[in-house]
Design a protein around this ligand. Structure first.
Ligand code: PBG
Length: 330
């Protein structure tokens, strides 16, 4: 027989902070956090991103210092994005041996050894003159097409060059079909059997990436990313995307964005044994920052609640621009 009010009182376990601590179901840990970093050309550069107050473009030397600060706080991992000196039609800066991310990887490794897990975001959009994630076919009659299969080789090349520069994890974020398999084969052929792939398996075409495109200088010059990123209306399709990437050899699955896809995070958590990551993206960061700046929200409370929700939904790893703030409170 189920007990009822007045015998059963849910408020009993909420009466003091210590009691609430004791029965809390979800806890954030430092080991959950991955901090994104944007690396740009130059020396001594620390440029704040207008739409992401508190987030910076760092030149390689400054990125090293930032990584030292993150490691000192106990944050276990960073994910690196690059803003190259020059862009071209193919995005060749992505796989250049002396590319911006490759140089950052080597410099951070040299300064910090194994203190941080170095994750390389693998995509071409920051490196192409047109801002798209792959090669473009302008030849057809209609709108230019973003080509899938010919791009795979370039993504694989990028992943191998990032692994050679010392990346611990390769994180393809492009959402092209077949790229996890192509990257796995290329890494293995180059001797990187032990380099894991964290696949952005479920990445929606989201307006919440807006500020990132300022930060990484990667807005598409024409069109959008809807021919490869998922329709935010679709939930069942996420399971199929994740299955395909798992079958192609993804070691970690990632869902992005996070707060508008908590149901997707929960369904992947139930369906797959893989470690699951979620990306609390730039627009989600900017919303909290903007409201807090106007005094409309308590920033620390909002950050804590949002991050907890992502963890509670089932994410093991959380990529967040709030990593430093969170680390200070954990
Ligand atoms: C690159 C990439 C993007 C993000 C991560 N990797 C942008 C995009 O797909 O347009 C977005 C991250 C964020 O908004 O914080 N493909």
């Amino acid at each position: 027989m189920n007990s009822q009010f007045p015998e059963r009182r849910m408020r009993r376990l909420r009466m003091t902070p210590r009691l609430r601590d004791l029965v809390r179901e979800t806890r954030l840990a430092l080991d959950d956090l991955i901090c994104p970093l944007f690396v740009c050309p130059g020396q001594g550069v620390r440029r704040e991103i207008a739409s992401m107050p508190g987030v910076f473009n760092f030149s390689v030397d400054q990125a090293v210092e930032e990584c030292r600060a993150l490691a000192d706080l106990g944050i276990p991992a960073v994910i690196l994005f690059g803003i190259p000196e020059a862009k071209d039609e193919q995005g060749s800066g992505a796989w250049a041996g002396e590319g911006i991310v490759q140089r950052a990887l080597r410099a951070i490794r040299e300064a910090l050894g194994e203190r941080l897990v170095l994750i390389a975001d693998t995509c071409l959009c920051e490196y192409t003159s047109h801002g798209h994630c792959g090669l473009i076919d302008h030849a057809g009659a209609g709108a230019p097409q973003i080509l899938n299969d010919p791009t795979l080789e370039l993504l694989a090349r990028t992943a191998v060059s990032q692994a050679r520069a010392g990346a611990d994890i390769i994180a393809p974020s492009d959402m092209f079909d077949g790229r996890v398999g192509a990257i796995r084969r290329a890494l293995d052929a180059d001797g990187f059997h032990h380099t894991p792939i964290m696949s952005y398996a479920v990445k929606y075409a989201s307006v919440f990436y807006g500020p990132f495109r300022d930060a990484a200088d990667s807005p598409p010059a024409f069109g959008d990313r809807k021919s490869h990123q998922m329709d935010p209306a679709n939930a069942r399709e996420a399971l199929e995307e994740a299955r395909l990437d798992a079958d192609e050899g993804a070691d970690i699955l990632l869902v992005k964005p996070a707060l508008t896809q908590l149901d997707t995070i929960a369904s992947l958590r139930r369906a797959f044994p893989h470690p699951l990551a979620a990306y609390h993206v730039s627009g989600e960061y900017a919303m909290i920052k903007a409201a807090a700046a106007r005094g409309w929200l308590d920033e620390a409370g909002a950050v804590w609640e949002a991050t907890l929700a992502i963890k509670r939904a089932g994410a093991d790893l959380i990529i967040t621009y709030f990593a430093k703030d969170l680390a200070a409170r954990i």
